[in-house]
Ligand binder design. Structure first.
Ligand code: B12
Length: 389
């Protein structure tokens, strides 16, 4: 069907919608739904409240009006096509993490190829399909970094519902889905949203390592481990232990969700993890070069903040395991690394690991350290190191 906006009937758009759905499944889109492009008024209210309470992460688009008014992004917008692609929740034969060779873990969102590229590729195919049929159509594609709330769009388009952990949960794939959307100037008939809720279940709230889910459906991003692993500076002390061995992101509130039980879809080859990059050895990360980091982690969505946060988190993970064999590596960071964040985190880690060697390392570093903040961290660590059992 080749058609023009102005001489096209509702039946034609319904037929085109069916063709789009069929094509979407053909190109490996797991779920597709259609939403109106009306302003997201309820979300707008939530976003302003969110800001007032200081819950924002800083990674989201700052202009709330733009976030909630699709016409500010594409003036001709008449509908939004939402898509979801499923990703795996389990790894085949994960490598062993053992004393002396402990490993960190990247959240599933960072397994395999960067989902931004994969979803964008699918949406571009869909866009070309539409442009062939409606040459004057206007479109705008978004995956994660766009202004709109991908979850709010997906919810409206009936892909799933939003749980207390704030994730969009689908019936078939649970919340293990990436989301993306395309604004279009075609008035596609919208789909119905899904009426479902978590009921009395609070397992995600109770399991969150930092109590970041403040009320069902609302997240204080500044406490969320997924956020904390991505900041570039020091992680506030109160959260350092809660990071555990996570190097990027956090999956806890999804792992515990009953709606995700036994769900593991592995049909997208792109998302198959390279197990050594998804659960890397910790010690070698401390001195990994820029080039090696790019070659091992560059294709993962977890590399977008560069290597520093992942290295800092690797230090926290060594402290989590109380890995005494890592003391020389941590001393090396303390004496040689130019980045004060890594040095101060290494000092903290030595204070947690404890033992004679850690104490000697801290004393050696204390003499050399010029940065006042790192000095302070070394002094605190020297007190802590005495109390470690
Ligand atoms: C900023 C951001 C973050 C921040 C803040 C997350 C958050 N919950 O707000 C941080 C860094 C913490 C983060 C973490 C993660 N993120 Co993120 N993130 C985003 C981003 C860029 C914007 C989200 C946003 O605007 N948050 C502000 C809140 C208010 O908006 P919202 O979550 O979209 O709002 C929905 C619900 O939260 C709910 N809601 C909001 N307020 C209220 C209030 C009440 C009372 C109620 C009932 C409901 C409710 O309603 C909205 C939908 O209608 C989106 C991409 C995008 N452009 O949308 C990805 C996105 C949300 N992230 C995603 C993922 C995968 C993750 C992680 C799982 C990654 C990981 N493993 O570490 C974690 C999950 C943590 C969590 N529980 O949310 C996916 C989610 C897919 C899904 N199935 O839901 C998205 C959509 C990216 C994508 N395109 O696939 N993320």
């Amino acid at each position: 069907m080749k058609t023009r906006h102005d001489d096209t009937t509702v039946t034609d758009w319904s037929r085109l919608k069916q063709d789009v759905i069929q094509y979407a499944h053909h190109i490996g889109i797991d779920k597709i739904g259609f939403a109106s492009a009306d302003p997201f008024l309820m979300l707008k209210e939530r976003l302003y409240k969110h800001r007032e309470k200081g819950y924002e992460s800083g990674f989201e688009e700052k202009d709330i009006e733009k976030r909630t008014h699709p016409e500010r992004i594409l003036p001709e917008v008449k509908s939004i096509i939402a898509i979801a692609l499923a990703y795996p929740s389990r790894m085949e034969a994960p490598p062993k993490s053992e004393p002396g060779n402990y490993r960190g873990v990247m959240a599933r969102v960072a397994w395999g190829e960067d989902y931004h590229h994969v979803l964008r590729d699918r949406l571009q195919k869909l866009e070309r399909f539409l442009h062939e049929r409606v040459p004057e159509i206007k479109t705008e594609i978004m995956v994660d970094t766009g202004a709109l709330s991908d979850r709010a769009v997906a919810e409206r388009a009936g892909l799933g519902w939003v749980g207390k952990n704030t994730s969009l949960i689908t019936k078939e794939f649970g919340s293990w889905v990436y989301l993306g959307e395309m604004l279009t100037s075609v008035p596609f008939p919208p789909d119905q949203s899904i009426e479902e809720e978590c009921g009395e279940c609070t397992i995600c709230i109770d399991s969150c390592p930092t109590g970041a889910i403040v009320q069902g459906g609302q997240l204080d991003s500044t406490r969320c481990v997924a956020f904390l692993t991505q900041v570039k500076d020091e992680i506030p002390e109160e959260f350092r232990s809660a990071i555990g061995n996570r190097l990027y992101g956090c999956d806890t509130c999804q792992q515990v969700c009953p709606k995700n039980r036994k769900i593991n879809f592995t049909h997208h080859q792109e998302f198959t993890p390279d197990s050594d990059a998804a659960k890397p050895l910790l010690k070698p990360l401390l001195t990994i070069s820029k080039k090696e980091f790019a070659s091992r982690f560059g294709r993962s969505s977890g590399s977008w903040r560069g290597k520093k946060p992942i290295q800092r988190n690797a230090i926290l993970a060594l402290a989590h395991f109380k890995d005494k064999s890592a003391v020389p590596d941590l001393l090396h960071v303390l004496l040689e690394d130019e980045r004060s964040v890594l040095r101060s985190t290494a000092a903290w880690a030595l204070g947690r690991i404890g033992g004679e060697d850690a104490m000697l390392a801290l004393k050696k570093a204390k003499i050399r350290e010029k940065d006042a903040m790192v000095q302070k961290e070394i002094e605190k660590a020297l007190i802590n190191v005495e109390n470690v059992e």
